[in-house]
Design a protein around this ligand. Structure first.
Ligand code: GDP
Length: 194
């Protein structure tokens, strides 16, 4: 899939701020610092589409991006940052519910995790909430370049066993070398029909 256009649309915290749901949408969620911004940037081949510098405690927003005028990518606020103020933490759930429950065009949520850390409790909540909103979760394990080729595959199989799912359902990814890009795009094309 070739990205010829990738641009920021807008950001917001509540449905009245969101762009009208017109194009098939893919959301990206994950813990803070897991590599979600880098993953989106590498996937669309734009180094600075998603800003990677984040101040903990900063207001967390949902950011919408137009991809080729036919897809919308949504960067969800990262969770699990210990230093985030309690009121920001408390607002995360309701904000997510309003978003997930209000986007008829949303096709899948890409759950970004660190291959080294695997699936944590916070991740499990996101993964399990997706089907409640009729949305498919796509599980992606990034920073695969931190492992050797075989060790990365082995770690992925271990995670698949823990989850009780076929390893082929999980995507092994690296933003630094592009590994897994084709597989993730295949999944995105499959669910959006682009
Ligand atoms: P976010 O908070 O989830 O958006 O995380 P970032 O994309 O800002 O990445 C957090 C840190 O991990 C940064 O220092 C990145 O350079 C690094 N990083 C992200 N993805 C990868 C990857 O695939 N491989 C390696 N080696 N480092 C990565």
């Amino acid at each position: 899939y070739k990205v010829t256009k990738a641009e920021f649309i807008k950001s917001g915290t509540r449905p009245s701020h969101f762009p009208p749901p017109l194009q098939p949408e893919i959301a990206f969620g994950g813990a803070s610092n897991v590599g979600k911004s880098s993953l989106i940037n590498s996937l669309v081949g734009r180094n600075k589409l998603v800003k990677t510098s984040k101040t903990p405690g900063h207001t967390q927003t949902i950011n919408f991006f137009n991809i080729n005028d036919e897809l919308v990518f949504v960067d969800l606020p990262g969770y699990g940052f210990a230093k985030v103020p309690l009121e920001v933490k408390a607002a995360w759930g309701p904000m997510m519910e309003r978003y997930l429950g209000g986007r008829p065009t949303l096709r899948a949520i890409v759950c970004v995790m660190d291959l080294r850390r695997g699936v944590r409790d916070d991740d499990m909540m996101l993964i399990e909430s997706a089907p409640l909103f009729g949305i498919q979760p796509i599980l992606v394990f990034t920073k695969a370049d931190k492992f050797g080729k075989n060790a990365g595959q082995q770690r992925l199989r271990e995670i698949a066993r823990e989850l009780g799912c076929p390893p082929g359902e999980l995507v092994l990814y690296s933003s630094t070398n592009g590994q897994g890009g084709e597989q993730l795009w295949d999944r995105i094309r499959q669910v959006t029909g682009v």
